[in-house]
Design a protein around this ligand. Sequence first.
Ligand code: IPM
Ligand code: MN
Length: 359
Amino acid sequence: MSSYKIAVLPGDGTGPEVIAEGVKVLEAAGSTFGFTLDMSNYDFGGDRYLRTGEVLPDSAVDELRSVDAIYLGAIGHPDVKPGVLEKGILLKLRFELDQYINLRPVKLYPNVETPIKDKGPEDIDFVVVRENTAGLYTGIGGISRKGTPHEVAIQQMVYTRDEVERCLRYAFEYTRRRNKTNTLTLCGKTNVLTYVYDLWERAFHEIGESDYPDVKRDYAHVDAITMWMVKNPEWFDVIVTGNMFGDIITDLGAMVQGGMGIAAGGNINPHGTSMFEPIGGSAPKYTGQGVINPLACICAGQMMLDHLGETEAAAKVESAVIGFLSEGTLKGLGADHIREAGLSTSKIGDAVAERITAG
Ligand code: IPM
Ligand code: MN
């Protein structure tokens, strides 16, 4: 029987509530499909930081390096200065574990309301491959003459050819494997960012032409892609882009697919330890109320199972989610409005888990 070592980081705010439901569903999948998940909890987050001053020690990073996957709830605490936990935990793990891909599917499930008029599940089904460890996120830059009228602030968008290339290769491979319309769209800004996106564009066509001639290549500027994601989401199969643009367009993507309550992502190191998380934040003001939709976290768990090679179990989790939504309890509502549907965080977790164990 296969067994996987999973590090669970529930994190802050409503993170622990949604993680509890995700774990419930993963356990149901394990017992149904005959694998075990050896899960250890880590309490890194705002409360621990406020108590001990510790954010994420290097020893913990090394421990996390050795697990099969990491399952993360949410990071962000109202009493901690913005940036401390985000950089100290989330970004530190992405960087240290070299999770250079952020994979974010944008898929509208049946009976989930999208704000996009006249579009349904057949129109909204694409994936964003966001570069996850470089670009504007490297922290290279600085401030001088601080506090004076002549203050200078610089934040550099940094990319090396191999950082760009490994991300593009992943995206081409992923597009092939996904096998939908076999189209990869590069999202850039070649009309203004004439250094960085020139590099991306050249690498995109060179690699595409030599190694992936079967994958159709398309290009869109980042500002234009936000229009088309709203106007014609059906045009997209896989979109690949740099870190900052990827951050921005995937929040738009989350709304297009019905809200943060359903949007999941994976921070992937194809040769190391990957980390799966709902895209939404810790929503601290809703802590303890059971009003956050755990489907995003459950779908992150599904991506984790898929990544671990438990593809049948992953497919079952997805069909259980779809089955639950097909009952229509969220009909006419976005994924973030479970209270209006008379649902709660744990009721949704139970409903999905039951569908899995029911076979
Ligand atoms: C995300 C988040 C993070 C990011 C923040 C919390 C650092 O917005 O995962 O998209 O910018 O990548
Ligand atoms: Mn973001």
